[in-house]
Every structure is written in C-alpha cells, then in structure tokens.
Design a binder for this molecule. Sequence first.
Ligand SMILES: NC(=O)C1=CN([C@@H]2O[C@H](COP(=O)(O)OP(=O)(O)OC[C@H]3O[C@@H](n4cnc5c(N)ncnc54)[C@H](OP(=O)(O)O)[C@@H]3O)[C@@H](O)[C@H]2O)C=CC1
Ligand SMILES: O=C(O)C1=N[C@H](C(=O)O)C[C@H](O)C1
Length: 256
Amino acid sequence: MGDPVRVAVTGAAGRMGRELLDVAAGRDDVSVVLAVNRSPVESVSGVDVRDAADLSTHLAETNPDVLVDFTGPESSTDYAAACAEAGVGVVVGTTGFDADGRAALDEAAESVPLLHATNFSRGVAALRRAVREAVAALPDYDVEVTETHHNGKRDAPSGTATTLLDEVDDVRGASDRVYGREGDQPRTEGEIGVHARRAGGVTGEHEVLLADDHQLLSLTHRAGSRGVFAAGALDAAVWLADRDAGRYDFDEVLDA
Ligand SMILES: NC(=O)C1=CN([C@@H]2O[C@H](COP(=O)(O)OP(=O)(O)OC[C@H]3O[C@@H](n4cnc5c(N)ncnc54)[C@H](OP(=O)(O)O)[C@@H]3O)[C@@H](O)[C@H]2O)C=CC1
Ligand SMILES: O=C(O)C1=N[C@H](C(=O)O)C[C@H](O)C1
C-alpha cells in the first residue's frame, strides 16, 4: 500500500464528524491531517480541532488530499469553494441542498474532484438497485417511502429518501410526491407518499413499500451505526484522492 491519503474533516464535533475521526483512527489507508469545527472544541478522538472560520489558512498549512464534509448545506458549499480554491478534493455527505447549493457543488467540481452521496452505506447502494428492479417489475403498484431518524436531524425528508424517490422516477417518470397526508386526501393514481419520522436515537431507516390489491413488497434498510457511513465516506476519500476535477458518484467507488 502507498502513503495514507491525507484527510481533512469538517464538523469534527458533530455526530458524523466524531464518527469519522474514530473510524479513521483505526485505518492505515487514511491519515487525518486537519479537523475543524464551527463551535470551539479542543480535540475529538485525540485530534486537535481548529476553527472552521479559518479553513482556507488551515488547508494551506496542512495540505490535505481530500476534505470530508458532513455539516449543513450552507457550510458545505462554503467549504467546497475553499477546497476548489486550495486544490483539495471533496467528499460531501451533507444532505438538504437546494438548487443553489447543488449548483455551488457543481461549480467546485469544475476545479477539483468532488463526490457527493446522500448515503455512504453499502446497504443503501444495494437498496437503490433493488428499488429500481422492483419498480420496473411492478409498474402498476402504489409506492410509499418512509424514513425514520434520530430527533436531532434537521432536514426532511432525508437525503436518502429523496434519492430513492429519484430512482423510482427514473424508472417510471416524474411522480407527484405527497409529503404526509391529513384530512380528506384520498390517494391519486401515481402519487408517492413520503413520510418522515423523528424519534430518539434512530441512526437511519428507509422503507420503500410497493403494493397492489393482492401483494405488498417492503424493501427496508436499517443502519446499525454511523460507522457504516463513516467507512463509506473514507473509502470514497481514498478513491477520490488522485482523480481529475469533476463530479463523481459513490457507485463508482463501489464498482472499482
Ligand atoms: N451521506 C451520509 O451517508 C450521511 C449524511 N449525513 C448528513 O450529514 C450532515 C451532518 O449530520 P450530523 O453529523 O448528524 O449533524 P450534527 O448536527 O451532529 O453535526 C453537524 C456539524 O456540522 C456543523 N455545522 C452545522 N451547520 C453549520 C454551519 N452553518 N456552519 C458551520 N458548521 C456547521 C456543526 O458545528 P457546531 O458544532 O458548531 O454546531 C457540527 O459540527 C447532515 O446533513 C446529515 O443528513 C449524516 C449521516 C450519514
Ligand atoms: O442525518 C442523518 O443522520 C442521516 N442522514 C442521511 C440522509 O439524510 O439520508 C443519511 C442517513 O440516513 C443518516
């Protein structure tokens, strides 16, 4: 094996930032050379944490190959721009981007390699493929998507749920997405109900339900820990390190 890939981590004190630093400490293909956070915190998992406001200066000083970001849409686009400026690749796990946010990531990818995925678990990658196959095989079935997450999650529906809905639309054509139902609201043909539940410490669950009058097929993924996301994001960082500028997909990492 060659030298470890030099990794920077943003949002180091967040749920995913902490997990990334823990998982990275147990691997020899990555070396964390920089960790930053918006709110002051001294260290996480034995790694010194610097002020995210000075990210550009820290990037210049530490010279990472790839920055791994799980924060929020506003900071992610700022950090991606700083990486584009510094010539550092970016793995983005943040969800909840609007059209402007997605365009900002596209812009950064003109200068550096950038890989964004709404879910870095291998199980959800398999779920996406299973959903495409099921929807193609059961074209007239009603589809409903339900996701369940911890009570600290901000965006709804989850990025993964949106990705799963996009997979359905890719096969069937654009659907009418109905976010929850209330009152006199019968189901219309072809609509997809989308349901977001927030409770306790649930790491992340996604269910795609297909049903007609006679059969029900439920495709469900449950993440047992955030470690699966951190491992996938670090795999992506290793894969991305020597790529040319451009936008990449997590499936490319899994297929390599
Ligand atoms: N793609 C995937 O596989 C996964 C994606 N995610 C996504 O990752 C993101 C983070 O999730 P999670 O770790 O649970 O969130 P947390 O709330 O636990 O942590 C968020 C981190 O981002 C920082 N942050 C948030 N907003 C800003 C901002 N505007 N400016 C600077 N820093 C900011 C926080 O800093 P501070 O300490 O100062 O608040 C904190 O360090 C979410 O979008 C989530 O959906 C999560 C799991 C898996
Ligand atoms: O916020 C989370 O926790 C998660 N977010 C991602 C999403 O929005 O899909 C992935 C995972 O489900 C955990």
